[in-house]
Design a protein. Structure first.
Length: 277
C-alpha cells in the first residue's frame, strides 16, 4: 500500500510539473510559432517585391541579391524564434557557426560557385539577356542565381552552369557589342569573271537594309582552292541581325550566281585511262 501511495504521489508530482512547464512555455512556444509563420510570410513577400523592383532596374542582379537577402533574413528569424522560446542565442549562434563550418568544408564546390557568382556580378562579363558560349553550350542567359547561371539554348533546352566554372574559364559573349562582322566565303570557278562575282555580292549587300555602311563591306579574293576561287565577303550588321543576314545571303548569292551565269564549283576529279599494249 505504501508503494502504491508513493507511485500515485510521484505521478501527481510529475503531472504538476508538466502542467507548470506547459503553463510557462506554451505561450512562448505558441508566440514563437506565430512569429515564425508571420515572419516567413513577410520575408517571402519582401523578397518578392524586391525581386520585381530590382528586375525592372537590373535583371542581372535581382535573382542573386534576392536569394542572398532571403537566406540571411530567414537565419535571423530562426535565431529570434529560438530566443523567444528560451534558447540562449549565444549557444545557438555557436552551434550555427560550427554547423556552418562543417557544411562549408563539405560543400567547398558550392562555396566556389557562390564566390564565382559574386565575381560575375562585380566584373559583369555578361548579363541577363546576353548570348554566351561557355562550357560547350551556346544560349541566352536567363538568370544568374547564387550558385548557378541558367542559360536557354536556341533549341529550347535549359542549361544550368555552375558559377565557379563560368568565373574560372573562358567564355564568349556574343552580345557585348551592338554590331558584329558577318564573315562569308563564296567559291566561283576558275573560268568565271571575278569582277562580275564581286559586283553581284556588293549589290546584294547594298540592297539589304540590315547591312551597315560603316564599316564598309569587304569583298576580296581570299584564296585559290583546288577547284574554286574563294571570295571572302565581310559585312557588318547589328548583333541581332547577324545570323538572319548570313542565312539570307547564302540563298541570295546562290540564286544570283545562277541567274548571272556564275558557277559554284564542287570538288571533282578527271580520270584518264590509258590502254597498255
Amino acid at each position: 500500500m505504501e508503494d502504491l501511495f508513493s507511485a500515485d504521489g510521484q505521478a501527481t508530482q510529475w503531472m504538476d510539473q508538466a502542467v507548470a512547464l506547459t503553463m510557462a512555455y506554451a505561450p512562448k512556444v505558441l508566440l514563437a510559432i506565430i512569429t515564425l509563420i508571420v515572419g516567413m510570410w513577410l520575408i517571402n513577400r519582401f523578397v518578392s517585391v524586391l525581386d520585381k523592383k530590382l528586375g525592372q532596374k537590373d535583371p542581372t542582379l535581382n535573382k542573386f541579391l534576392c536569394g542572398l537577402i532571403g537566406a540571411v533574413l530567414k537565419v535571423l528569424l530562426l535565431i529570434s524564434v529560438a530566443s523567444m522560446i528560451g534558447i540562449a542565442t549565444t549557444s545557438f549562434i555557436a552551434v550555427i557557426g560550427a554547423a556552418g563550418l562543417a557544411i562549408g568544408l563539405a560543400l567547398q564546390g558550392s562555396l566556389a560557385n557562390f564566390a564565382g557568382g559574386v565575381l560575375i556580378l562585380i566584373f559583369k562579363p555578361f548579363k541577363v539577356g546576353d548570348v554566351i558560349e561557355a562550357q560547350g553550350f551556346l544560349g541566352s542567359v536567363v538568370e544568374i542565381q547564387i550558385l548557378y547561371t541558367v542559360v536557354n539554348t536556341f533549341d529550347n533546352r535549359r542549361i544550368v552552369i555552375p558559377n565557379g566554372s563560368l568565373s574560372n574559364a573562358s567564355l564568349i559573349n556574343m552580345s557585348a557589342y551592338e554590331t558584329r562582322r558577318c564573315d562569308m566565303t563564296f567559291g566561283i570557278g576558275y573560268n568565271d569573271d571575278i569582277d562580275k562575282a564581286k559586283a553581284i555580292c556588293k549589290r546584294l549587300i547594298e540592297e539589304d537594309e540590315r547591312a551597315l555602311n560603316d564599316p564598309e563591306p569587304l569583298i576580296v579574293v581570299g584564296g585559290l582552292g583546288d577547284s574554286s576561287v574563294d571570295l571572302t565577303v565581310r559585312a557588318w550588321t547589328k548583333s541581332a541581325d547577324l545570323w538572319p543576314f548570313y542565312w539570307d545571303m547564302q540563298e541570295k548569292v546562290k540564286k544570283a550566281f545562277d541567274a548571272e551565269g556564275v558557277s559554284i564549283p564542287f570538288p571533282q576529279r578527271d580520270v584518264h585511262m590509258y590502254k597498255v599494249e
